[in-house]
Design a protein. Structure first.
Length: 185
């Protein structure tokens, strides 16, 4: 139960980080966008499935569920746009957010789970989120380098597999002892 509580708390912290980072979008204000129309069952299930797919390579259901929650939480900035804050709802889809959130989560939870494992979950979930956004369509690219530039960059469709496989590799490496214990059986 303690592991599940940790996963829930870490997921809430990740969502708060996503919402908080989205205030960076005030540096490049945009009219508020009604994102409720974009929040469909396909969007939610797609992000959840892609997040679970990277997390399951930890061979730990709690970690897989945590990766699922993290993958969904990347869109925390949508909350700000719904509240009328003039930010781009995808501002948290940046490499800067990925790096900062990974470092912060790894540091904050280092006494409960190794930095390497928490960082792997955060990076993998972020990458899986990006992968699904590419195939989900309806977006104008990613602001990968904000707050340094708010230019949108379109990633090619083939990068879906590359991002998801990279996420899987991060998790498999971080949780390699789980894989090794299965092999030894």
């Amino acid at each position: 139960m303690e592991r599940l509580q940790l996963a829930v708390i870490a997921s809430i912290v990740y969502a708060v980080l996503s919402v908080t980072y989205s205030f960076v979008g005030l540096l490049s204000p945009q009219p508020p966008v009604n994102v409720v129309g974009y929040i469909t069952a396909e969007e939610i299930l797609g992000h959840a499935l892609f997040g679970f797919a990277v997390g399951i390579f930890s061979f730990d259901l709690v970690i897989a569920l945590q990766a699922t929650a993290f993958a969904l939480a990347v869109d925390g900035g949508h909350l700000l746009t719904q509240l009328g804050v003039p930010v781009n709802p995808g501002v948290s889809h940046s490499l800067t957010f990925m790096i900062l959130s990974t470092l912060l989560l790894g540091y904050v939870f280092r006494n409960k789970i190794s930095f390497r494992k928490m960082a792997a979950i955060a990076m993998a979930a972020f990458l899986s989120h990006m992968a699904f956004d590419i195939i989900d369509g309806g977006f104008n690219g990613f602001q990968l380098f904000n707050p340094f530039t708010f230019a949108s960059i379109m990633l090619p469709v083939w990068s879906v597999a590359a991002l998801e496989l990279l996420g899987i590799a991060f998790v498999a490496f971080a949780f390699k002892e789980n894989i090794l214990s299965l092999v030894r059986r």
